[in-house]
Design a protein around this ligand. Structure first.
Ligand SMILES: [Zn+2]
Length: 310
């Protein structure tokens, strides 16, 4: 059980793993992962801007003094997870082939900055963009897509600590990857996992997102790190999955929470066949732990059956 205030910075999860929290977790404020062992380190994602990534890297150096960041894993192509990659020129960047393509397909930093400030502030869109993106400094960003790509699954290591990179997209984006550290019981979910809210589904389909959540459960990881947020409640993986495809098992509504604009996508329509299918009934399974960076409390949750049940 870990209890840490939801404050910006690097927090240790296990002997060799860390999470970098980025409150408030809304648009552009993403979490990152760090695995450090035997003088080497692997960083899971960078930040939205160069100043934010510099702050991340200072935290990396403080957490793992002297460790060389050999690899940067890009979980997906959204800028808030990879627009700081250029600040690690000596590290190999790795991600799915679809993510490498996705980086080129995303809106560029220059175009985003132009959109924010060229849209009249008196309009609803202009006000929204200024409110949630106007404080980011997108200057100087050179897009750095993953230079090593894979499809399906790959393995990397930091020192003697092995990591499995599992491609689970298209779901949130075209090339989502989750990072499993088996020996530490940790999984970095990228934006496959938000905290106690409906995710943003840029790509879909919903079925892939469900399968991704099931795959997270299958790993047996004790600590599951979401790509954003965490301050406002739990994200039991089954409940997160159910937001993507509600089923017949009702969940009690969580306590009133302030919603993140990051998550204000409309929920997909409920599929009646999915709700009623006996194959989808929850079964007792292994227990997992998920981060609740409200206090960064790790607690146990029940998981469900294998993906084959879907
Ligand atoms: Zn994100």
């Amino acid at each position: 059980m870990i209890e840490t205030p939801y404050v910006i910075g690097m927090h240790r999860l296990t002997a060799r793993t860390y999470v970098y929290l980025q409150p408030p977790g809304t648009w552009g404020f993403s979490n990152c992962g760090l695995v450090a062992a035997d003088g080497e380190a692997v960083l899971v994602d960078t930040q939205f801007t160069l100043p934010l990534t510099q702050r991340l890297l200072a935290a990396v150096r403080a957490a793992a003094p002297g460790a060389r960041v050999t690899t940067v894993v890009t979980t997906h192509a959204n800028g808030d997870h990879c627009w700081g990659n250029q600040l690690l020129p000596d590290a190999v960047t790795i991600g799915s082939a679809a993510t490498a393509q996705g980086v080129a397909d995303e809106i560029s930093p220059e175009a985003l900055a132009h959109l924010i400030f060229a849209t009249p502030g008196g309009t609803a869109l202009g006000a929204y963009l200024r409110r949630f993106f106007g404080h980011f400094d997108f200057a100087g960003i050179d897009l750095s897509p993953p230079e090593q790509t894979f499809t399906g699954e790959a393995q990397i290591a930091a020192g003697g600590t092995m990591m499995r990179l599992l491609e689970v997209g298209p779901a949130h984006t075209s090339g989502d990857v989750i990072v499993h550290v088996p020996d530490e019981g940790v999984l970095y979910a990228g934006d496959i996992l938000f905290v106690d809210d409906h995710p943003v589904m840029w790509t879909g389909p919903v079925s892939n997102w469900i399968a991704a959540c099931e795959r997270i459960c299958e790993t047996g990881a004790r600590y599951v790190v979401p790509g954003h947020d965490g301050s406002r409640g739990w994200t039991p993986i089954p409940r997160h999955r159910d937001r993507a495809a509600p089923r017949h098992v009702p969940h009690p509504r969580p306590q009133q929470q302030r919603r993140s604009p990051t998550h204000r996508s409309s929920a997909p329509s409920t599929n009646a066949a999915t709700r009623s299918s006996p194959r989808l009934r929850r079964r007792a399974g292994p227990t997992h732990t998920t981060i609740r960076p409200g206090r960064l409390k790790l607690d146990r949750i029940k998981t469900t059956s294998s993906p084959k049940a879907l």
